[in-house]
Design a protein around this ligand. Sequence first.
Ligand code: ATP
Ligand code: LTN
Length: 339
Amino acid sequence: MSTHARPRVFSGIQPTGGIHIGNYLGAIKGWVARQDEKENYFCIVDLHALTVPQDPAALREQVWMMTALLLAAGLDPARCTLFVQSHVRAHAEACWLLNCITPLGWLQRMTQYKDKSARHETVLTGLLDYPVLMAGDILLYDTDEVPVGEDQKQHVELARDIAGRFNHHHGDFFTLPRAVIPEIGARIMGLDDPTAKMSKSLAHVEGHAIRLLDPPKAIERALKRAVTDSGREIRFSDAPEKAGVNNLLAIYKAITGRSAAEVEDDFATARGYGDLKQRVADVVVAELAPLQARYAQYRADPAELERCLARGAAQAAAVAEPKLAALKARMGLVVPVGG
Ligand code: ATP
Ligand code: LTN
């Protein structure tokens, strides 16, 4: 069904504060690494951010911050399309059309919805509808691959189910997307609680996360406080009590790109967890320093960020608009002259 020369890749990130090393290792680093192999669309999903209450001024600022961060991390507008979701109207429209073919029960089963709705006193309709908006993002581009962290796998599978249901009722139309989860880094855990994933919404909690813009001292401090166990053994392990050490090794492995055996070898002569934490801090600081320097340069040039987003939105719309028009026609809407 997919007819493009290079596989199409689509992924998104919310412009919410507290972007952390889990987002970087689980998603962004992989996006950057594979820019040349595929045809890539990366979207700052501001409409998704609205599914929980946001301060308007803060949200606007976060969009600029995220744009600068993604460019600083190495996304190259000459090799990929980087854009803001609300700049391409087709996304919100596709969401409505797909709402009308998505059974409510499919949405009520989503684990992210269950978790997030439990945390908010008033649950907004948009929060329930979040995965349908995401399905629209993906399906408008005839996406083959969706690189995301483990937590988003269920949403990508839902997008595939919606596409399959549509194709069944209306004939072959949507490409069936699949989630691509990195082998290592897919699920970085909280430093303060290695049984729960590192999360943006908890990034302000002291000792929970390493944020991409944290200065070296703060990174070292967070890692020094990281929860481990009372043993001394530095090796990968599924044992629940080793979850903290495992997480630190996973961070080290994802950054250095070394094999599990090589990583364990690196720590064969380490003197306890203090040493482990210091060496993990060293590789994290070295990885983030150039990113932080480039980030400062981009923030100093808002006109360049604006130009980049305008170009990205035009490129994205050129793909999404015709697909939306075809979708409307397929569903029986009368498409007006001129689109
Ligand atoms: P929150 O948990 O507060 O909802 P988030 O940290 O999941 O936010 P998103 O913008 O939803 O942030 O995610 C951006 C990308 O980062 C997604 O591909 C997601 O799968 C990935 N990601 C998020 N948290 C982690 C993590 N702890 N480890 C690996 N990847 C992650
Ligand atoms: N829900 C995702 C962000 C997201 C996304 C997408 C990811 C929105 N639309 C389309 C991949 C493809 C998240 O919270 N990380």
